[in-house]
Design a protein around this ligand. Sequence first.
Ligand code: OAD
Ligand code: ZN
Length: 257
Amino acid sequence: MDSPEAAPEIREAAETIRGCHHAVALVGAGLSAESGIPTYRGTDGIWTKFGEPTIDGWELFRRDPEQWWRDALDRKNRRSEFSTAIESAEPNAGHLALAELERMGRLQHIITQNIDNLHQRAGSVAVTEIHGNRTKARCLSCGERVPLEQVSLDRLPPLCAKCGGIMKNDTVMFGEPIPSDALRRCQVQANAADVFLVIGTSAVVYPAADFPVIAVRHGATLIEINPERTPLSALANIIIRGPAGESLKCIVDLLSA
Ligand code: OAD
Ligand code: ZN
């Protein structure tokens, strides 16, 4: 069905996606805001309210993985506002629209900074989780990623069933290098994109914020969906200043018409 009321920038975004060969989206916490998960920065951001977490997480893990796991399991028992929100969150219209775009052959890849697993639950398949996934654990030696519930916590730190290496939670900590296979996939996607969507991210965390810049350098059209201005706004060809869920749904409706 056509949406005669769609704003011109939404129509332009839909037409650009219709005419492109390889669309890639970089996603941030703003996409999951409509699922009730607070963002990190900005007015309602959890870090704005409670301060940023310690930046030595990776250092602490490396120094004493056993103690780190004990502390992590202890924290799990003292549920925070954030963990309660993330545990009860359901995919929203934005996640569903991105999954639909992939099914329609209009979106080739999602690079997500979100750890909430909502893309997969919405049905997206071609996803690189550059900051990991909260429902998984990862081996620091061979990179194997497995669902957390399959990891035995009888012995801490847990060891990889494949190679015996130390497992950590898959979420990337401050100071921790991004797993190299994920980084490589993002670089390939940024180079291949002729349309690059930047959705719900403040675009201040690297290397994620570099991928749209790489894509633009290769000639990609940049589409930003965010109610607020970001450092990437100056580079964007099309700017949709609205919530991601509504805007993406509208784009899907136009492309289905
Ligand atoms: P931020 O909290 O930095 O930014 C959230 C962005 O979402 C802001 O630009 C908001 O304007 C925007 N926003 C809010 N509501 C929205 C909505 N309904 N629709 C669209 N946009 C909306 O989150 P990220 O950019 O994802 O990393 O933060 C990047 C990384 O910072 C996170 O992955 C996290 C943190 O370090 C790790 O934890 C490793
Ligand atoms: Zn391993």
